[in-house]
Write a protein that binds this ligand. Structure first.
Ligand code: ASP
Length: 354
């Protein structure tokens, strides 16, 4: 995958306040109109034409732009590895990072990066837009300016944020707690199980009590091996046994996320129990994630959840499906299924409440 590098010193002739790296991947954010009036991805080299107020931020900005920006529905593991490698390679030379990404899969990429960047102690802020930057009413300008502000915010010599976040529509959310919840309004993201880390009004108000405190002296380690042979099974009343058995019969399947009802409940159908028990006995990780976007899995609360616990289904606590899937892929890819089973229920990057 080819990259284009663009350097913009918005501070000249003064001294930059901070150095921020932008990774531009595509999405609605960067769409502009060609001469025939069709929407095409814009060339990031011209960002200052679209956003002259960038100059007032006094930042030294380096941007790595995908040569062929993508709709985020086309995001792949290769792209995650590339974004991770750029941040890892540039880590010591920058104070913070902003990733411009389509909104559709932003929560998956932000979750994946939160697990890939082990020991992260600088801000990595994802943002994008619901309306292209070329549109007069676009949300792209505010989202980018504030994301840059957050990515360069320091207090007492340390970054205020030292985790992977999504900034969108005046809210800063933990990346691996976020979900895309809205496709037409500007408030595209929500983190039902975790409060916003900051709200941007006249000032940016950081909620220090919920911001992840990490050891500022840890070294960054990049984890980037993914196992993709995993599946998601969303339960619904009337689900057919053959659908379930077909999924569990996938050759060499490593893990399955079951999206259950409420606090982690599933029908007490003997065939469902047997299929899941057989899968667990074969070494497949079965992880229980609730279909609710708020609350948590408590497998002992109802008989319909306790039966899952009894056969060895692992509780996913209050993780999002996006966090669960990316965490499983990375843990199995990096450490193998045995160790992944031990680690999946632990909070590795603030993605669950133990
Ligand atoms: N389809 C677009 C994408 O995810 C939507 C967006 O960016 O808002 O790339």
């Amino acid at each position: 995958m080819n990259l284009k590098k663009v350097s913009i010193n918005t501070a000249l002739p003064g001294k930059p306040r901070a150095r921020v790296l932008i990774v531009y991947t595509g999405g609605t954010f960067g769409m502009t109109y060609d001469k025939a009036g069709a929407l095409i991805p814009f060339d990031f080299t011209y960002i200052l034409d679209q956003l002259p107020t960038l100059k007032n931020l006094a930042l030294e900005i380096t941007a790595f732009s995908f040569e062929n920006p993508i709709d985020s529905s086309n995001i792949s593991i290769d792209h995650w590895q590339l974004i991770g490698k750029i941040i890892f390679d540039q880590y010591d030379h920058h104070d913070g990072f902003v990733v411009l990404h389509g909104t559709d899969t932003m929560a998956y990429t932000a979750s994946a990066l939160s697990f890939m960047l082990e020991g992260l102690n600088k801000p990595v802020i994802f943002t994008g837009a619901q309306l292209p930057i070329s549109e007069p009413r676009s949300d792209a300008r505010e989202n980018l300016i504030t994301a840059l502000d957050i990515a360069s915010a320091y207090k007492d010599g340390f970054p205020i944020i030292s985790e992977v976040c999504i900034y969108f529509d005046y809210e800063l959310l933990r990346g691996n707690r976020s979900k895309k919840v809205e496709s037409m309004q500007f408030d595209a993201f929500d983190s039902g199980n975790y409060p916003p880390l900051a709200k941007a009004g006249v000032k940016i108000n950081y909620n220090y009590a919920v911001i992840r405190q990490v050891n500022q002296f840890t070294n960054l380690v990049l984890r980037s091996s993914f196992e993709t042979n995993i599946a998601i099974l969303k339960l619904f009343p009337g689900i057919d046994r053959y659908v379930v058995s077909a999924l569990l019969a996938i050759q060499d399947l490593k893990a399955i996320v079951i999206e259950t009802y409420g606090s982690g409940n599933a029908p007490t159908l003997p065939w469902l129990q047997e299929s899941l028990r057989d899968a667990i006995e074969l070494g497949i990780i079965v992880l229980n994630i609730s279909q609710c976007s708020g609350g948590r899995v408590m497998q002992g609360r109802y008989a319909t959840g306790r039966q899952l616990q009894e056969i060895g289904v692992i509780s996913g606590a209050d993780m999002t499906t996006e966090a669960a899937v990316t965490k499983l892929m990375l843990l199995i890819g990096e450490h193998g299924t045995e160790k992944a089973r031990d680690l999946i229920g632990l909070s590795l990057a603030g993605e669950l409440t133990p």
